[in-house]
Design a binder for this molecule. Structure first.
Ligand SMILES: Cc1ncc(COP(=O)(O)O)c(C=O)c1O
Ligand SMILES: [Zn+2]
Length: 416
């Protein structure tokens, strides 16, 4: 493919030809980054060309995507997702410009559709009939959703503890679902073994170099929605680190292509016990396993699979990492929903929890323009949301009972 000049290892820096490798670095097994011929793309992917492009979805960025054409482009609406200018939270946090990017509005209700679409197009361009993946839930449900439309079979590995809505999505979309009696990391390793044994096409995060390419479309889209005014900081919930490294790649490529002339700082938000990337960033850059336990299942990761690229994104953007507790995440679900009308799953609400903490710690200046990325819809995990909000009032279907309840609620100090 002419637009791709090679695949560069994020660990040892070796560049390999696209035709020579499929997944990881042949030298050191490090993850690979797609490198493009930016000089030629620069001539095509201009602000002017984008303004004239009538396709609103991620496929408008085809010139900078690792696929030959649109023959295998999933025909569902992946992007653009809403970018809301916050009023209530912005005022609460004392910020001049706060924007909420609701990626839970993609077809399978998470950010992962951006990546799944690219992995599927790659698989089909290579003549594959089956695609596999391990996931905390969203990457898999996205894959199952998009692959069903494209007639590709999916075999999915998830930890047995994945929220039931995500498993329901998988089954509804017709995936063969293998619920592994173990955590995400074990499901991931088993999926890699299965790939080696059966030769299936693998979409695993970090391992497949093309997922990052789909994820970067969010940055392009965000910049267009902000009319090319680059934000100062972008808050990203982080587990494996593939979203944040994709987001960084998107901004950096926009800069290389001359679409913007400055770059934002990225903020990685991790759960307290799932903070391997934060620890690495704040010490020697080396990823070491952590317990990974958190209510935010999508960012529950012991060994981040794209940790090196995530640490590089933080370093190169001069950003920072912050960790949040489960109770801060639950509180953020409630706060975001009530202030902005956006229902986020726990991992997605982590960006708001992280933002609140960063503001309190003086890590954000009031005049800054900040984006919080909401990566998955709250309906994905209602059991966790219920922990944040309690139960409804239960009464008999009688007007007297209702009067008694309303009377009690009307009392000063009673919760409404
Ligand atoms: C809703 C949501 N937020 C955040 C993440 C974290 O992305 P990454 O694992 O690439 O850091 C995921 C990944 O599963 C996710 O589904
Ligand atoms: Zn290498």
């Amino acid at each position: 493919m002419k637009k791709i000049s090679g695949l560069k290892c994020v660990n040892c820096g070796k560049e390999s030809a696209l035709a020579k490798v499929r997944y990881v670095c042949p030298e050191c097994s490090g993850n690979l980054q797609v490198v493009y011929d930016y000089a030629s793309i620069r001539k095509k992917l201009t602000r002017k060309a984008l303004a004239k492009n009538l396709d609103p979805t991620i496929w408008r960025y085809l010139d900078a995507l690792p696929i030959r054409g649109l023959k295998h482009a999933v025909p569902l609406q992946i992007g653009p997702t809403p970018l809301y200018r916050s009023r209530v939270l912005a005022a609460d946090f004392g910020l001049k410009g706060l924007f909420i990017k609701d990626d839970g509005r993609n077809p399978s209700a998470s950010f992962k559709d951006r990546a799944g679409a690219i992995a599927i197009a790659r698989a089909l361009e290579e003549g594959e009939k089956l695609i596999t993946g391990a996931s905390t839930g969203n990457a898999a449900s996205s894959l199952a959703c998009l692959a069903s439309v494209m007639g590709l079979r999916t075999i999915i590995f998830v930890p047995q503890s994945a929220p039931v809505a995500k498993i329901a999505q998988l089954l509804v979309f017709g995936a063969t679902v293998i619920a592994v009696e173990g955590n995400y990391d074990q499901a991931f390793d088993l999926c890699l073994q299965a790939t080696a044994e059966y030769g299936w096409y693998n979409r695993n995060t970090g391992y497949n170099p093309f997922t990052r390419e789909g994820k970067k479309t969010c940055s392009f889209e965000l910049l267009e929605q902000l009319e090319w005014r680059c934000p100062d900081k972008v808050f990203v919930p982080v587990g494996d680190g593939n979203i944040i490294s994709g987001i960084w790649k998107g901004f950096y490529e926009a800069y290389l292509l001359g679409l913007i002339d400055r770059l934002p700082k990225l903020v990685a938000v991790q759960a307290e016990k799932s903070d391997a990337i934060k620890r690495a960033h704040e010490t020697d850059g080396v990823i070491r396993p952590v317990s990974g336990e958190t209510i935010a299942d999508s960012i529950s990761v012991s060994i981040p699979r794209d940790g090196q690229a995530a640490v590089a994104a933080l370093r190169e953007s001069d950003g920072f990492a912050i960790s949040v507790s489960d109770s801060e995440v639950l509180e953020a679900i409630k706060v975001l929903a009530r202030a902005e009308g956006v229902f986020a799953e726990p991992a997605a609400a982590a960006s708001i929890a992280g933002l609140k903490k960063a503001v309190a710690a003086g890590q954000i200046r009031p005049g800054e323009r900040v984006v919080a990325l909401i990566t998955g819809n709250g309906l994905k995990d209602v059991a966790s949301a219920m922990k944040a909000v309690g139960q409804p009032h239960r009464i008999a279907p009688k007007i007297e009972d209702l009067r008694r309840l309303i009377g009690a609620l009307d009392r000063p100090g009673a919760p409404l």
